[in-house]
Design a protein around this ligand. Structure first.
Ligand SMILES: [Zn+2]
Ligand SMILES: [Zn+2]
Length: 312
């Protein structure tokens, strides 16, 4: 596929957050990469804590249908708040940095990641209740937000009774304020054992790109040309001036319900079936789709802005 002329864009399943024995995972990087390669993924970033895995050092892993994206996970605890980010597609290992606040720390991380040619993913905001919407909002260059981190203890659903919103609500809050930040699902895998709570294969992204190259995949991620999933597959996502339509790949599960969500996290419409569509009124701010299968698994498309101010 590399080397072919730019043809029709295709979907590539990939993953942006996992660990190996280079930090606190239980398999060496080669074996981690092989796990994802053998389970139908097209790209992977191994993001060990402060360790950059150079794909060139993993012999015989990359193929025509599987590529590696160099990455790392950065972490600091300003004001006692766990502040973790991934640097994806960076060209050099980054130093540990800590500012006075989580926002200041993430800004330093974002600047370092950008300088190394990469983009930043804000990780598991609700892990140890580390990051609030106010911590994330001011950070320029916070390109991705881990809306569902499928590792244990990530509190994706929040604790609303104690004033802790779900991460999806944090995302909607950021989007409502005009912040362009794309939603990601990941495993944050540490234990490569079937059925382990910190095991692989539970959250991923699917990127639309012309070719499976690092450059094309990263460009699509940066533009938000992808969807995030915890188990629902989409065969098409189409957004035009008029609206958004999806095609859900059918499988053995009985039903799919799609919510189209706009500013303030408002549910604009709820549609059953495999071909949900939404027509813009022009007043929604942004619109995103959230598909839920009967077993609870999800696909999340990226927001499309219909009106209003937005910035990165
Ligand atoms: Zn982390
Ligand atoms: Zn991690």
């Amino acid at each position: 596929m590399t080397g072919q002329p730019a043809a029709r864009a295709r979907w590539f399943k990939g993953h942006t957050h996992c660990h190996s024995t280079e930090s606190d995972g239980n398999l060496p990087p080669e074996a981690v990469a092989r796990w994802y390669r053998d389970h139908g993924y097209s790209f992977l970033s191994i993001t060990d804590h402060y360790i950059l895995t150079d794909p060139a050092e993993l012999d015989g892993i990359e193929t025509e249908s599987f590529i590696l994206i160099p990455g790392t996970e950065l972490a600091a605890i300003p004001l006692g708040q766990q502040t973790h980010t991934c640097g994806l597609n960076i060209s050099a290992q980054l130093d540990s940095r800590r500012g006075a606040t989580p926002a200041e720390t993430m800004q330093m991380m974002a600047d370092d990641i950008r300088e190394a040619g990469g983009i930043m993913q804000v990780n598991h905001p609700n892990w140890m209740w580390g990051l609030s919407v106010d911590d994330i909002r001011p950070v320029k260059g916070a390109a991705l937000l881990e809306v569902y981190n499928m590792g244990s203890g990530c509190n994706n659903e929040g604790d609303p009774a104690n004033g802790r919103p779900p991460v999806e609500a944090i995302w909607d809050d950021l989007l409502t304020g005009g912040k362009v930040i794309w939603g990601v699902c990941s495993d944050d895998a540490h234990r490569y054992t079937e059925g382990h709570p910190d095991g692989p294969g539970k959250g991923w992204i699917v990127v639309k790109a012309d070719r499976l190259t690092r450059e094309d995949v990263m460009n699509s991620i940066e533009k938000g040309d992808f969807y995030a999933s915890t188990g629902v597959e989409l065969s098409d996502v189409l957004s035009t001036q008029e609206g958004i339509s999806l095609t859900i790949s059918p499988d053995s599960r009985s039903g799919f319900v799609t919510r189209f969500i706009g500013s303030g996290g408002k549910v604009l419409s709820e549609v059953e079936g495999l071909q949900p569509a939404y027509r813009f009124t022009g007043e929604e701010g942004y619109v995103r789709a959230r598909v839920q299968a009967s077993d609870g698994s999800l696909a999340l498309t990226q927001p499309v802005w219909v009106c209003g101010h937005r910035e990165r």
